[in-house]
Write a protein that binds this ligand. Sequence first.
Ligand code: BDR
Ligand code: CA
Length: 321
Amino acid sequence: MGIPIIIDCDPGVDDALAIILALKHPKIDLKAICSVTGNGDLHNTTNNGLKILSLCGREDIPLYRGSAKGLDDKQPDTVPAFGDDGLGGYAHMVQTDKKAEEEHAVDFLVRAANEKPGEITLFAIGPCTNIAKAIRKDKEFPKKIKRIIVMGGSKYTGNMSPVAEYNFWADPLAAKEVMEAGFHELVMIGLDVTNKIALGADIREMLRIFDTDLSKFIYNITREGLDDNWKSRRKPVSPMHDVLTVAYLIDESILTLKKAHIGIVDEGIAKGQSIVDINGHWVNGECNALYAAEVDVNKFYKLLLTTIFKEHEEEILDYLK
Ligand code: BDR
Ligand code: CA
């Protein structure tokens, strides 16, 4: 049996990739998905999650609908890079009859942690709202989670302001409460490394050549992000942030981690900024997280592509050698 995980997410092009990788790798046992508002409104992120499960033939995996608004009771702005539907305008290409569970994602998270204390690895790859609410509901929740792997924040850059990354910016109070909750192990994988794994036009073209249902789906949903990056930064690449979290669990040598104290700015001009203090230098060595400082991009792509497109392994390794 693989490592039991729950993915809390806002699909989302890169969330979709993270889910697909988790479903395809034998080392991982995806127990459930929780949806949260973010890349789209809750209706879209929930439906997108259901569609991805259907596309991968895994309708047996439950999806729990979560929070429509942040802890401040406001709906955060969605992300233009992933189009109006969150899947780059291609959500309509996948049909599903699968429905979300009746139970709310927050109730499910608390229940799952209580049923299997110390066993679950939790992925937070959308705004942290559901997880912060689970902590508010059950103060012992963090102690019952084996580890939490968060895509969010950064030490040196931002994508919603010069200093703030989207997931933390969308619900900064939730990010702060998660960071301060006392999880046994919290890994923060932020823009410092996820920007480096953006999908280039060459590898994207390889997906078109493979011509499978999944490769065509990934090729299509990554187009909007590539166009957006070209217009705004003259870089023909599509964002892949979230998928690095799952790749890390499969092969930890992909990232170099450093112990750190991470604080979150929850209001004002720097709203959503993560203050990364390596080794807790400014707080008497008190570290609350492992911060991802470096990434082996080639190793990441070898893992991602050979896992999802096993039948093309030889070509992939030949190209990436
Ligand atoms: C994060 O924001 C979302 O748009 C992505 O899915 C990712 O989780 C990157 O800033
Ligand atoms: Ca996301």
